[in-house]
Write a protein that binds this ligand. Structure first.
Ligand code: ZN
Length: 185
């Protein structure tokens, strides 16, 4: 793994994520394959934040595998190393806790995350909020969508100072979201 090329590292992580998430679809309308979301997050980091750090991009691709599939942290470490494992751990909520508590903890823990973890977190929230504007889950009320955007803002408030470009894009997406959500009664 030590001298692995960027290409090989990214493809391995993409394949692993696609395999682990193979049964899952996004909640939004259109039910896109779940893996599209993690590729979106990694793409935002590479294209907007200009991240060239393989561990960050791999962790972006893998950030939901432990939370949402049978993948373990040990497996991540074995296949992708301890840096990636650490970042995936930072992105993983404790699913034994009730949802409201998990959401509260994300806000509380954001400022304590590593700079690399904060980058992934901001890109994750951009991807999710963009999906909620353009492909809202059919059963989500306007109120629920608004609350999601507000929560995303609270989490990202604790992550700022890591990438001006990414943070600008986040603000732009939030403005767009608010416009869309206000327009539709
Ligand atoms: Zn995610």
């Amino acid at each position: 793994m030590k001298d692995e090329s960027m290409q090989s590292g990214l493809l391995r992580a993409t394949l692993f994520a696609a395999t682990q998430h193979r049964e899952q679809r996004r909640k939004g309308s259109g039910a896109t394959p779940y893996v599209n979301h993690v590729v979106d997050v990694a793409t935002l980091l590479a294209t907007v934040a200009k991240v060239e750090d393989l561990a960050i991009l791999q962790a972006a691709l893998l950030h939901d595998t432990v939370e949402d599939t049978a993948t373990t942290f040990e497996q991540i470490e074995e296949l992708f190393g301890s840096d990636v494992r650490f970042l995936v751990e930072e992105m993983t909520d404790d699913k034994t806790l009730p949802k409201a508590e998990r959401k509260r903890l994300q806000v509380e823990h954001a400022p304590e995350m590593s700079s690399r973890g904060k980058l992934i977190k901001i890109a994750d929230k951009i991807s999710n909020i963009r999906d909620i504007i353009h492909r809202p889950p059919p059963d989500w009320s306007l109120e629920r969508r608004r609350a999601y955007v507000e929560w995303g803002e609270a989490v990202v408030a604790g992550c700022r100072g890591v990438s001006e470009k990414l943070e600008q894009l986040f603000d732009q997406i939030v403005d767009e979201a608010k416009e869309v959500l206000e327009r539709r009664p």
